[in-house]
Design a protein around this ligand. Structure first.
Ligand code: FES
Length: 192
């Protein structure tokens, strides 16, 4: 083997033959995508199907103090089995102290107030909280059991939510939104 050939191999440069092969391969890939697209497009559900989409979440394994994040309609949904202390802390807050006194609970009238109960799974299910995990400021995903109120904290610009997901400090204007949900059994929550 000549000295020149050794150097050429060492650089790892593609040879002319390799280049032609790669070019052909790319043309093939583009062709495959062009053919596959119409099929994918047909499989996409229409808007009415998407609007109806709901999910059922088994929460049997969530002990008090445990949380779960699931995805629904492309959004993170926080489900938390709150501790008695968290429920108590949320219920002790006066509405007058809230930045946003509206429940923002899709299961209640639009003007329902943000009491501890109306932010939760309701009477008898006050330990449960189900919320869309999107900060009402600019849409970051807040961190759980963090911040001054040990609720949720959005690190993007410092919004602080309490143990009922109500905005208490920072730039976010509204409480974390509560989606439509119901208990289909004691351990199963239907969202949507
Ligand atoms: S996006 Fe949460 S504080 Fe700005």
């Amino acid at each position: 083997m000549s000295e020149h050939e050794t150097t050429s191999e060492g650089t790892g440069e593609p040879t002319r033959r390799d280049f032609l092969y790669l070019t052909t391969g790319m043309a093939g890939a583009v062709g495959a995508v062009a053919v596959a697209w119409p099929f994918i497009d047909q499989m996409r559900p229409d808007a009415s199907t998407l609007a109806l989409a709901s999910i059922e979440v088994d929460v049997a394994s969530l002990e008090p103090g445990m949380s779960l994040t699931v995805k629904w309609r492309g959004k993170p949904i926080f489900i938390r089995n709150r501790t008695p202390e968290e429920v108590e802390a949320a219920n002790a807050v006066q509405l007058a102290d809230l930045k946003d006194p509206i429940a923002r609970n899709a299961n209640l009238p639009v003007d329902a107030q943000a009491t501890g109960v109306d932010r939760s799974g309701g009477k008898g299910k006050e330990n449960w909280i189900v919320m869309i995990g999107t900060c009402t400021h600019l849409g970051c995903v807040p961190l759980g059991q963090a911040g001054e109120y040990n609720g949720w904290f959005c690190p993007c610009h410092g919004s602080v939510y309490d143990t009922a997901g109500r905005i208490r400090k920072g730039p976010a204007p509204e409480n974390l939104a509560i989606p439509t949900f119901s208990f289909v059994s004691d351990t199963k929550i239907k969202i949507g």
